[in-house]
Design a binder for this molecule. Sequence first.
Ligand code: HEC
Length: 105
Amino acid sequence: MKIRLAISIAAITLAAPMLAVADEGADTYNVACVACHGSGIAGAPKLEAEAWKGRLEKGEETLIKHAIEGFQGETGFMPAKGGRVDMSDAAITAAVKYMIAEVSK
Ligand code: HEC
């Protein structure tokens, strides 16, 4: 019994930081990115697999770089950090990872 309890506590402790990353990504997305990406304003790709097909091929690293530094593409202009330059690179990285996970479902 005691061993089983210890194992479940260890599992929860290990899983917690991963959940925190997922939450931070969703939080950042909902604060700083959803305005454009939620409805596809000004050529922003919506969170739908179809809109991200060609983009996912660029690789996660490039997508993160474009989100942090800004990116002029064929459909519109992605402002650096979605205009929220006060946000950390880590927060933007988490948001991009969240977006990639959402469109890869
Ligand atoms: C003012 C509107 C706007 C906001 C806010 C915004 N984006 Fe974008 N984003 C765009 C547009 C427009 C594009 C499409 C650019 C293109 O490919 O022509 C884009 C594209 C992207 C891409 C794909 C880049 C590529 O190389 O294909 C990523 C990743 C991205 N945004 C992440 C984010 C994240 C993360 C946030 C929030 C921190 C955010 N965006 C907020 C407008 C916005």
